[in-house]
Design a protein around this ligand. Structure first.
Ligand code: F6P
Length: 321
């Protein structure tokens, strides 16, 4: 049971809804009479003692904003035992008794090391557009990112159709195909290439040529960055089909923007749950969603397992795409 103070931080790649989650952590802790500190700039800020007490007003005007007001970073020093010792010393200096970490699997792995080495209670929230954290159907930001990709693909289809081109759209996702699969299905892409599913580029190209011979005006191929490079794929497709082909790499645009309703609500639910849990003495868990309900997952299980791509999405794509 925590009676003094907790801290909240965001880490790794930012994702839309991180602000909503951090806001919920802060406001819940304050409502419970517990002090709450914000650690700025991820693990880098923890090591540099960028740790500031927050109040309810610190998190006003945030729920609608993308990015993270706490800042985030990727930190090499934290990967060393000495680095983590420095971080733990800084937490202790501020009387911080428990930490809520909002981030992807790398950031949650960092949290599991802090817990193991320093014994500090950790509660993780999955925050990444990749939706690749084991044990949860959902990660904060994945919905907004997928909607951003769908919006872009809709626009790319217009110009592809006008020119009778093939359009390759490379989407993020790190090693996961979730973002490509969902945005591809939702935008009616003709092909979706993800790391989890084998594909035959010769067969795809033959099919495309045949469809253009019958009058087709456009082809959208959504490719996950973890499957292959969009530029490389464009060169192969253009060469094999002899059809004018372009590539669009959506890149960091997928990470920004005002969070969707789903991301705001789910991030708020997760933030409240995380604060209540850590205050009541829960340790080493990640909160996520399973079939629409908040669930707790063991932190070590979550970081030591690789989340597979939902086979239901793969099946649906095999029927519809
Ligand atoms: O994990 C989120 C993510 O956006 C991945 O989809 C992508 O591979 C990576 O981060 C990009 O990282 P950075 O912003 O450091 O270039």
């Amino acid at each position: 049971m925590i009676t003094g103070a907790i801290a909240v931080m965001t880490s790794g790649g930012d994702s839309p809804g991180m602000n909503a989650a951090a806001r919920a952590v802060v406001r819940t802790a304050i409502a419970e009479g517990i002090k709450v500190f914000g650690i700025y700039n991820g693990y880098k800020g923890m090591l540099a003692d960028e740790i500031v007490e927050l109040n309810s007003r610190s998190v006003s005007d945030l729920i609608q904003r993308g990015g993270t007001f706490l800042g985030t970073a990727r930190c090499k020093e934290f990967k060393t035992v000495e680095g983590r010792r420095q971080g733990l010393d800084n937490l202790q200096k501020h009387g911080i008794e428990g930490l809520v970490i909002i981030g992807g699997d790398g950031s949650l792995t960092g949290g599991s090391m802090l817990s193991k080495e320093g014994g500090i209670p950790i509660v993780g929230l999955p925050g990444t557009i990749d939706n690749d954290v084991w044990g949860t159907d959902y990660t904060i930001g994945c919905d907004t990112a997928a909607n951003t990709a769908v919006d872009a693909i809709n626009k790319l289809r217009d110009t592809a159709s006008a020119h009778r081109r093939i359009m390759i759209v490379e989407v993020m996702g790190h090693t996961s195909g979730w973002l490509a699969m969902t945005s591809g299905i939702a935008s009616g892409a003709e092909y979706i290439i993800v790391p989890e599913v084998k594909y035959d580029i010769d067969e795809i190209c033959e099919e495309i040529v045949e469809s253009y011979n019958k009058g087709r005006r456009y082809t959208i191929i959504v490719v996950a960055e973890g499957a292959c490079s969009g530029v490389g794929l464009k060169n192969v497709v253009q060469e094999k089909t002899k059809i004018d082909t372009r590539v669009s790499i959506l890149g960091h645009i997928q990470r920004g923007g005002s969070p969707s309703l789903e991301d705001r609500i789910k991030a708020s639910m997760l933030g409240e749950r995380a604060a209540l849990a850590i205050i009541s003495g829960v340790n080493d868990v990640v909160f996520g969603f399973d079939e629409g309900k908040v669930v707790s997952i063991n932190l070590f299980d979550s970081v030591n397992n690789k989340k597979p791509l939902d086979p239901e999405l793969v099946r649906l794509a095999s029927v519809l795409v």
